[in-house]
Design a protein around this ligand. Structure first.
Ligand SMILES: [Ca+2]
Ligand SMILES: [Ca+2]
Ligand SMILES: [Ca+2]
Length: 339
């Protein structure tokens, strides 16, 4: 008799385990991964923030052979239109997880060879002439004293929108078929290259995109705060005379005075920028508003909680099974006792 009861109880325990829904077990979700591999097709994932810029809205000088055709970085007339499209910013994307900040910048149209280093300036490493890209980040709560001047000797002040770090890159072709890595700069003008522990960078020539990731922990340690909502100003610039008042390096082109060493000739040197209403080009002053984006680690929204019954149906079923088993066992027990 006891045997029968034990068997029936075992059956009910197995039934209970089978009924127990999968939803009661913890579900581990694989986090979506963006690879910095020169293919931006992996950016179509939840949590990516995208901001767009107009196409064709570069400054007039960027399309004008009479301006960009002057000086040691002169563009030949047949290349002006193509180079202008490399300077024409189309969109920026951000994504953030526990370990990395991901940035993607799209331009209207890159072309093979746009990144070739100018033979006129072989002594200046990574000097592709066509365009460089600047991203200025204002980080609320940062312990760094912010900087209001722009980098690369571009004549623009960020004034009240002073930044805590910026990222610049011109993706100049390196001899081993690679690209020059971005430079991450602090307000005191020191900086690090975005490579190794700091991150990585790649170019998707086919989709006219740049993608990079930056080490969150190293960035936050330097900034003295964790990254949440940040404010960003983005611009492109043609590179100009490599030699200016502060030495030989990739100075910005001076559209107000082409052919002269850059710096200090007034007005913005940026060919395109975003957001579109954030810069007073004539005075070279960023007045905002900037792009606002949250760089805290992305967490998928909790799945909408199902309408839970007052008592879970699975537990109700399990209790019913146990009760039925117990009743049958008692009935058998009593019947045998009568005999
Ligand atoms: Ca990718
Ligand atoms: Ca644009
Ligand atoms: Ca623009």
């Amino acid at each position: 008799m006891l045997k029968t009861i034990v068997v029936l109880l075992l059956i009910s325990v197995v039934a209970f385990a089978l009924i127990l829904p999968q939803s009661l077990y913890p579900v581990v979700k694989a986090s979506p991964a963006i690879e910095i591999d020169g293919n931006v097709e992996d950016w179509d994932i939840p949590g990516v923030s995208k901001f767009t810029d107009e196409v064709g809205d570069t400054e007039g000088w960027s399309k004008d052979p009479k301006v960009v055709g002057i000086g040691s970085t002169a563009e030949s007339p047949d290349k002006v239109e193509a180079n202008d499209k490399c300077r024409d910013i189309k969109a920026v994307y951000f994504y953030a997880d526990e370990n990395w900040i991901y940035i993607r910048l799209d331009v209207v149209q890159l072309y093979p060879g746009w990144c070739l280093v100018s033979k006129k300036h072989p002594e200046v490493y990574a000097y592709p002439n066509v365009s460089s890209y600047h991203l200025y980040f204002r980080v609320p709560g940062s312990l760094l004293s912010p900087q209001s001047s722009s980098a690369g000797a571009t004549d623009t002040s960020l004034g009240d929108f002073a930044w805590h770090f910026n990222v610049q890159f011109d993706a100049g072709c390196t001899p081993d078929d690679g690209y020059a890595m971005p430079f991450l700069q602090w307000p005191d003008w020191s900086g690090v290259t975005v490579t190794g522990d700091w991150g990585s960078f790649a170019v998707d020539l086919e989709r006219s995109s740049f993608e990079m990731k930056i080490n969150r922990a190293l960035l936050e340690e330097k900034l003295g705060t964790s990254l949440g909502n940040v404010y960003v100003f983005i611009a492109s610039a043609k590179l100009g005379e490599p030699e200016g008042a502060w030495g030989k390096w990739a100075h910005a082109f001076e559209p107000q005075n082409p052919g002269d060493p850059g710096e200090g000739v007034g007005g913005s040197d940026f060919a395109d920028y975003m957001p579109n209403n954030s810069l007073d080009v004539l005075t070279g002053t960023v007045r905002g508003p900037l792009i606002e984006v949250n760089l805290s680690p992305y967490r998928p929204p909790e799945e909408a909680p199902k309408e839970a019954p007052a008592f879970p149906i699975e537990i109700l079923a399990a209790v019913a099974v146990i009760v039925i088993v117990a009743v049958v066992a008692i009935a058998i027990f009593l019947r045998r006792k009568k005999k």
